[in-house]
Design a binder for this molecule. Structure first.
Ligand code: AMP
Ligand code: ZN
Length: 447
C-alpha cells in the first residue's frame, strides 16, 4: 500500500493526523487478518506549490525564504517533527518512507517515458501532461471537464492547452537559484507534485499495486493525475483499491492551514491532553464520515480512554486464572473481526470492545487477552498501560505522596493540602484519603 505523505514545510495539524491514523489503522486491520503488508509513504519535500496546482511558489522553498533557512533544513526539521508526532499517536512507521528528493532519477525516467509515448508538451515554464490524450482522464473522479476551471484565485496559465493539464517537470524561474533543483533532459528544474507519487509508488510496489490512500481532497486532482500519468506510461492498471479519508472539520469547515482554523499536537498537549485521546476520537467515527473537532469531543474521548485504561489496570491486577466463557470469547472475536472487515468500521469495533469490557460471563484473563488483541488494531497503547503509569509515578511523585501521608499523620493539614494541590496541578493526580490510607489515581478531566 502507498500513502500520500505530508508536505514538510511546517507542523502538521490534527486534520493531517486523521489521515495518517487512518492509514495506520488500515495497515493494522490488514495485518490482523494475517496479510503481509508492505507499506510505503512518501515525504513531499519539493514540488508542492502554494496553489496546489502548477503556479505559485514551492511551499518548502517559500518557508525556507521566510525562516531564512535552507529548504533542505526546513524539510528535514518538519519530517522529524512529523514522525515525533506519529510516535505519540502510536502510528507505526511505514515499512518504507521515501523522500521525493531521493527519487528525482525515477521521476525523470517516468516523464521521459510519457514524452516518448506522446503525452507531453513543453511551455515556457515546464513540461506538461496533455490530459486530452488520455481518454479515461475524467473517469477516476467522475469529473465534468466542461466545468473544470483552474482555481479562481490562481492565475490561469495561458500556455496550458487545457485547464486539467498539469506540470510534470517545472523549470527553475529564470534568474533565480532554487535551493532544490536538478538537471534534466529539458532544463534545470524540479518535479511536479503528482509525478512524485507515481514514480515512488511504482518504484517500490510495481506498476500495479493493491492499495493507495489519501484524503478526499486528492481525488479530483492529485490522484486523478497520478492515475492518468501512471497508466499512460505503463498501459497497465495503476491501483486496485483506493481508500480516501473524510475531513476533520472545525465549525463546519475543513481544518486547514489556509483557513487558519487548525490545531496542532502542541496545542493538544499544552492543554494536558493525552495524544492518544485524539486517536480514540478519530476511531469513534467511520473514516468516510466527517468529524467536527471540538475540545468537548476531545474531552469526552479522553474520558472514555481513561476509563478503559482503568479497566485494563484492574484486569491486569486480577488474580483470576480459570478459563471461562470460551464460546463468548469467540463470539466477541468474530464480532470485532466483522466490524473491522466491514470497510474498517471502527465505531462498531469500539462498541464491541466496550461490550466485552462489561461482559460478566468471560473470565478476567481471557477478557484482558482479547482486549489487548483488539488493541493491536486500535492502537490505544493498552498493552503499556500499567508500565507507563509506573514510569510516570516517578520518584518525585512517590516522594510527594509519602511526604503527604506523613504530614497527614502529624495533623499538618494545610501543608497536606498544598501537596494535594501540587499533585493535582503538576501531575494530574487526584488523591483521596480513605480509612485504608491514601489512594491516588490519574485524574479524569471533567467537562
Ligand atoms: P498535504 O500535506 O496537504 O498534502 O496533506 C496530507 C494529507 O492529509 C492528505 O492526504 C490530505 O488529504 C490530508 N488532510 C489534510 N487536511 C485534512 C483534514 N482537515 N482532515 C482530514 N485529512 C486531511
Ligand atoms: Zn500523493
Amino acid at each position: 500500500m502507498y500513502s500520500c505523505g505530508p508536505t514538510v514545510y511546517e507542523s502538521a495539524h490534527l486534520g493531517h493526523y486523521r489521515a495518517y491514523i487512518f492509514v495506520d489503522t488500515l495497515k493494522r486491520v490488514l495485518s490482523f487478518n494475517g496479510l503481509k503488508v508492505r507499506s510505503v509513504m512518501n515525504i513531499t519535500n519539493v514540488g508542492h506549490l502554494t496553489s496546489d496546482a502548477d503556479v505559485g511558489e514551492d511551499k518548502v522553498e517559500k518557508a525556507a525564504r521566510e525562516k531564512q533557512m535552507s529548504a533542505w533544513d526546513i524539510a528535514e526539521y518538519y519530517t522529524k517533527d512529523f514522525f515525533d508526532a506519529m510516535q505519540k499517536l502510536n502510528v507505526e512507521r511505514p515499512d518504507i518512507v521515501c523522500r521525493a528528493t531521493d527519487h528525482i532519477e525515477q521521476m525523470i525516467e517516468l516523464v521521459q517515458k510519457l514524452e516518448e509515448k506522446g503525452y507531453t508538451y513543453r511551455t515556457s515554464d515546464g513540461i506538461y501532461f496533455d490530459t486530452s490524450k488520455f481518454a479515461g482522464y475524467p473517469d477516476f473522479a467522475r469529473l465534468n471537464l466542461q466545468h473544470l476551471k483552474e482555481g479562481a484565485r490562481v492565475e490561469p496559465n495561458p500556455e496550458k492547452r487545457k485547464p486539467s493539464d498539469f506540470a510534470l517537470w517545472k523549470f527553475s524561474p529564470a534568474g533565480t537559484k532554487r535551493n532544490m533543483e536538478w538537471d534534466s533532459p529539458w532544463g534545470v528544474g524540479f518535479p511536479g507534485w503528482h509525478i512524485e507519487c507515481s514514480a515512488m509508488s511504482m518504484h517500490y510496489l510495481g506498476e500495479t499495486f493493491d492499495i493507495h490512500t489519501g484524503g478526499i481532497d486528492h481525488i479530483t486532482v492529485h490522484h486523478t493525475n497520478e492515475v492518468a500519468q501512471s497508466e499512460a506510461a505503463t498501459g497497465k492498471k495503476f491501483v486496485r483499491y483506493w481508500l480516501h479519508n473524510e475531513f476533520l472539520m472545525v465549525n463546519g469547515e475543513k481544518m486547514s492551514k489556509s483557513k487558519h482554523n487548525f490545531y496542532t499536537l502542541v496545542d493538544i498537549e499544552a492543554k494536558g491532553f493525552n495524544p492518544l485521546a485524539l486517536r480514540y476520537l478519530f476511531l469513534t467515527a467511520h473514516y468516510r464520515s466527517k468529524i467536527n473537532f471540538t475540545w468537548k469531543s476531545l474531552e469526552a474521548a479522553e474520558h472514555a480512554l481513561n476509563i478503559l485504561r482503568e479497566h485494563i489496570i484492574e484486569l491486569k491486577g486480577s488474580k483470576n486464572k480459570e478459563s471461562e466463557g470460551r464460546e463468548k470469547v469467540e463470539s466477541y472475536r468474530t464480532k470485532f473481526l466483522e466490524a473491522i472487515n466491514d470497510d474498517i468500521n471502527t465505531p462498531a469495533a469500539l462498541s464491541t470492545l466496550w461490550e466485552l469490557v462489561h461482559e460478566k460471563d468471560v473470565d478476567n484473563r481471557s477478557k484482558l487477552e482479547l482486549l489487548l488483541k483488539f488493541d493491536e488494531v486500535l492502537g490505544l497503547g493498552l498493552k503499556d498501560v500499567k508500565q507507563k503509569e509506573e514510569q510516570e509515578l516517578n520518584d518525585e511523585i512517590r516522594g510527594l505522596i509519602k511526604n503527604r501521608e506523613e504530614l497527614r499523620r502529624q495533623g499538618k493539614y494545610s501543608e497536606t493540602d498544598e501537596i494535594r494541590k501540587r499533585l493535582d496541578k503538576e501531575f494530574n493526580i487526584t488523591v483521596e484519603d480513605t480509612p485504608e490510607g491514601t489512594k491516588w489515581r490519574f485524574k479524569v478531566r471533567k467537562n
